[in-house]
Ligand binder design. Structure first.
Ligand code: C5P
Length: 230
């Protein structure tokens, strides 16, 4: 059983490479950013004011707790069909809107919210890593901001995927042309780095800077790291 933890800032290409890596090995794929995005989407839907100077942390935490414990939230960890839903409605696209992207850090900065999500993520990783998965592979690729350090510091493979800011901004702007919400990645990174460290690799975490790598090269590099661990 192999657990692969991948952290990194916005716009580095974590999701596409992690998904491809999971497919390559037939592992499950957990997009933890999608979980935070789903929480922000849910809060906005409940009419919670995430633009307030002082976001009401108690109200957000309660809403997120209800989202998870009330069985509203669901996520598919199939790398061929990753999807997030709320009350059976597929919200995979809605959570990529610029509205969600610009508000998600307000939610993920709240420590009690993080604790709910971290516990849920650990449970997914423990369950999925141990069951024969989509093409018979035994393992999971989980990506986010605190997977290598907090959620799964004991993962067999731990990677910090990074790239220069101007490269990441250009990638995100390119995605925006394809329908993904446009945004300033630096603003989100600044907010996110208050509660997570994805700029320097923790002990035992391998840094992969893909500023000058294309997608195939990045994927090959990650495959090399996983092969070493198998
Ligand atoms: O990975 P993605 O850019 O979709 O993540 C969306 C947001 O979710 C991040 O900007 C961050 O606020 C939050 N996040 C987090 N911890 C993680 C994954 C994502 O705080 N492990």
């Amino acid at each position: 059983m192999i657990r692969v933890a991948i952290d990194g800032p916005a716009g580095v290409g974590k999701s596409s490479t992690s998904k491809a890596l999971a497919k390559y090995y037939g592992f499950a794929y957990l997009d933890t950013g999608a979980m935070y995005r789903a929480c922000a989407w849910w809060c906005l839907k409940q009419g919670i004011d995430l633009d307030a100077e002082q976001v009401d942390e108690r109200v957000v935490t309660e809403a997120v707790g209800e989202f998870f414990t009330g069985d509203h939230f669901d996520i598919s960890v199939d790398p061929d069909a990753p999807a997030v839903s709320a009350d059976g409605e597929d919200i995979s696209e809605a959570i990529r809107s610029s509205e969600v992207s610009t508000h998600v850090s307000k939610v993920s900065n709240i420590i009690p919210v993080r604790n709910v999500l971290i516990a849920a993520q650990r449970a997914y990783i423990a369950r999925e890593a141990d069951k024969e998965s989509f093409s018979g592979g035994l393992g999971i690729v989980a990506e986010g901001r605190d997977i290598t350090t907090v959620v799964a510091p004991d993962a067999e493979v731990r990677v910090l995927l990074t790239a220069r800011e101007e490269v990441r901004q250009a990638r995100r702007t390119g995605q925006a042309a394809g329908g993904v919400g446009a945004e300033d990645v630096a603003v989100r990174d600044r907010m996110d780095s208050r509660v997570t460290n994805f700029t320097t690799a923790a002990d035992g975490v391998v840094t992969v800077d893909n500023s000058d790598m294309d997608f195939a090269h990045t994927l090959d590099t990650l495959i090399g790291l996983v092969d070493e661990a198998i």
